[in-house]
Design a protein around this ligand. Structure first.
Ligand code: HEC
Length: 312
């Protein structure tokens, strides 16, 4: 459908099935409405006081059976062939792991590179293998017409070939908890050359292409690390309340905590921070749900994070 800009190889197919079904429904709506009105007038009581007994009409009945049959089979045919297309990624598709958690997406590439936005090269097929670390999520890129449920214990896959440069929204389609609506990310479609440059660079956080730079600006690598580990899905850096307590002013504050199940008043220091981060269950903040997932951090990352929290 050339009148809509198609952002992926799947979108043209899905849109044409949709438009086909829509056009058939619209045509029938108009046809049936027309006959409804026409017969009401034509066979009104004042004109036909004595109802007639109308015999069957073999020709008409054959037509109105075969025409809808053909139309429905055509719907099935288009639906089925497009389903086949959507289920069979090309062999050379780049395999990317999609990891969903409350409330963030992360994407892991074959070379180990990890990102919180999905980088894709224009015209290069990409296969996504999904998994979730907690509840059911739904991976949806509306502009690509690509959607798949992310279900615990399953590795559902989906694929696409981006056909337009730019940023496209990723949304979670399954209510997955209080911050469900903030579980957003983007697919960044860049040229093959730009993709390679990003893919083989050691940058932890993806570079923002000049053309599509959001207001975010440059953030320090430590913030990129916290974002990459999903900490910022639940904690803020500026004091605003989120699902978890803010990181601002946390270090050195006196708190009433459940430490190893015991209620205690304690000052947040380095040791307690390390414990709260590596074994969230053992340090519980009263008034917050005990939902913080244990983080997988190297010793170095842990020390960087503790040092950073101390500076806030
Ligand atoms: C799914 C949401 C979620 C994510 C992701 C998350 N946290 Fe938490 N975090 C919480 C909640 C909720 C609490 C408070 C309840 C509790 O202690 O279990 C908490 C508590 C904490 C505390 C103790 C705060 C205090 O006031 O004593 C620290 C420190 C912390 N988180 C650090 C981190 C770090 C670092 C990361 C990333 C590696 C992280 N969190 C990821 C939800 C989250």
């Amino acid at each position: 459908m050339p009148f809509l800009a198609q952002a992926s190889s799947a979108s043209a197919r899905i849109d044409s099935v949709f438009l086909w079904v829509f056009a058939v429904c619209l045509a029938f709506l108009l046809l049936i409405s027309f006959f409804l009105v026409y017969f009401s007038v034509r066979y009104r009581r004042s004109r036909n006081p004595e109802p007639e007994d109308i015999e069957g009409n073999a020709w008409l009945e054959t037509v109105w059976t075969l025409v809808p049959l053909a139309l429905f089979l055509a719907m099935f045919y288009y639906g089925w062939t497009d389903f086949q297309y959507l289920r069979n990624p090309p062999k050379d598709a780049l395999l990317v792991q999609v990891i969903a958690r409350q409330w963030a997406w992360s994407f892991k590439y074959p070379n180990g590179k990890q990102s919180d936005q999905l980088y894709a090269a224009l015209g290069r097929p990409m296969k996504l293998e999904t998994r979730t670390l907690d509840v059911i999520h739904g991976f949806f890129v509306p502009a690509f017409r690509v959607k798949i449920d992310v279900v615990p214990g399953r590795r559902n896959t989906v694929w696409f070939t981006p056909t337009l440069l730019g940023d496209f929204d990723i949304q979670c389609t399954v209510i997955c908890g209080v911050n469900h609506s903030a579980m957003l990310s983007k697919v960044r479609v860049v040229s093959e050359a730009e993709f390679k440059e990003w893919y083989f660079s050691d940058e932890a956080a993806p570079r923002v292409p000049a053309a599509a730079a959001p207001a975010a600006g440059k953030e320090p690598p430590i913030v990129g690390l916290l974002r990459g580990k999903s900490c910022l899905a639940c904690h803020s850096l500026d004091g605003s309340p989120m699902v978890g307590p803010t990181f601002k002013g946390l270090y050195g504050s006196r708190q009433t905590l459940l430490i190893d199940g015991e209620r205690r008043s304690a000052v947040m220091d380095g040791a307690l921070l390390r414990k709260a981060i590596s074994r969230p269950g053992s340090v519980q903040v009263l008034g917050y749900p005990p939902i913080m997932p244990p983080a997988k951090l190297s010793d170095e990352e842990m020390e960087d994070i503790v040092a950073y929290l101390r500076s806030l």
